[in-house]
Design a protein around this ligand. Structure first.
Ligand code: BGC
Length: 393
């Protein structure tokens, strides 16, 4: 359990965004033109089906977000809906997202929009996605199209969600599309092309909307050495740089804010026989992920080096019993508030997620939501932990 007696001190600046984050494929349902959908039908992945029907129930979801005290929301716009066929834009999809964004505004929610949250249109996946610069060009074109058609309804832009996770799971671990295992060089190429894609998309959006605020959401882990050996310390330095810093550094002139997703604490020692992960009896989520709220403080202090506003674009816990979520959020916000006091320019926090979602590899067995969803009836029920935001206000 997370220690409920931990004394939290919170002082968040005026205008601080308290929001929830989501991704199209995980909530909308029937996302039929994406690569994930196709692989789901082939039996390679759990089936997302109707998801939590956010495509039809977005209005209700944004009302709930407001009702529980949120003032911001992060969605992703599903590329494969907007451009189901290469170069052909679907007016119905654009109209849909315009309505979605307008409804968010009506509920007083600041709107953060992600362009790529793991899924690709099938036509692009068929051409290798980001394995070539074709992917970068395609993303820039998509970004330009959205800036032209929906730009007035978007407050904050994320080009990518977690490029490191995407490339590693797709090209080294191989359990995500396109299921390529141990393709180290290809993985590196994909990552480099995602950097190019970000830069091209950034330029395309700025061409239309010079004042747009654009960044990425990067998955940063907090690393701690479990011993004092040279090998462990050096290994951790390298991991910190490549996992937490590298992408931001490569795009440092093409980002207006730093977006960080924080889920992982890695306390490890490196020896000649490999890497050993150590857990000093810290609590774990239903994902088996170690919970260490203090880690976010150290990451936020480290990210001061970029001199940009920072948003915690994701942080959340899978907790079916809902007995840890409230303290989890409270303690992460405590450490964010400490980082702000120590000079980190954090402007907002997005909890993952408003509702339960389709959890990629794990399907519907993981419960991250502030709101429980009955998947037979799609009925929403606010979990007790969601009170935390009202209490904070
Ligand atoms: C991803 C989400 C995912 C969450 C929990 C994040 O890294 O952006 O899509 O649901 O982790 O696994």
């Amino acid at each position: 359990m997370i220690d409920p007696a931990f004394e939290t001190k919170l002082q968040l600046p005026g205008g601080f965004l308290l929001g929830a984050a989501s991704a199209a494929h995980q909530v909308e349902g029937s996302n039929m033109n994406s690569d994930w959908w196709r692989h789901e039908q082939e039996g390679k992945l759990p089936v997302s089906g109707a998801a939590v029907d956010h495509y039809n129930r977005y209005e209700e979801d944004f009302k709930i977000a407001k009702q529980i005290g949120l003032n911001a929301f992060r969605i992703s716009i599903e590329w494969s809906r907007v451009e189901p066929v290469e170069g052909k834009w679907d007016p119905v999809a654009i109209e849909h997202y315009r309505k979605v964004l307008k409804k968010m505004k009506e509920q007083g929610l600041t709107r953060m929009v992600t362009l790529h949250h793991f899924t690709l249109p099938q036509w692009l996946a068929d051409q290798g996605g980001f394995e070539t610069t074709k992917g970068s060009e395609a993303l820039a074109r998509f970004a330009w199209f959205l800036a032209q058609n929906l730009g007035d309804e978007i407050d904050l832009w994320c080009t990518f969600n977690e490029p490191g996770v995407y490339s590693t799971l797709g090209y080294i671990v191989g359990n995500w599309p396109p299921f390529k295992k141990k393709k180290f060089i290809l993985c590196y190429r994909v990552y480099q092309n995602m950097i190019k894609a970000h830069k091209a998309a950034y330029a395309a959006i700025k061409q239309v909307l010079p004042n747009a605020q654009i960044g990425i959401a990067n998955n940063c882990s907090y690393y701690e050495a479990a011993d004092n050996s040279w090998l462990t310390k050096t290994g951790i330095k390298i991991a910190k740089y490549f996992n937490n810093i590298y992408f931001y550094a490569k795009i440092s002139d093409q980002q207006d804010f730093i977006g960080i997703n924080y889920y992982f604490y890695k306390n490890l020692s490196i020896g000649l026989r490999g890497i050993k992960f150590v857990n000093k009896e810290k609590p774990k989520s239903d994902m088996g992920w170690i919970i260490n709220p203090e880690g976010i403080y150290h990451l936020l202090i480290d990210l001061k080096r970029f001199g940009k506003p920072i948003y915690v674009t994701e942080n959340g816990i899978a907790n079916a019993r809902d007995d840890m979520r409230k303290d989890f959020i409270k303690q992460h916000l405590h450490w964010i508030s400490q980082a702000i006091a120590d000079g980190s320019d954090v402007r907002g926090y997005f909890y993952w997620s408003l509702t339960d979602t389709f959890e990629w590899q794990d399907g519907y067995d993981r419960f991250f939501g502030l709101v429980e969803v009955n998947r037979e009836t799609q009925e929403r029920k606010i979990r007790p932990s969601a009170q935390i935001f009202k209490e904070l206000i």
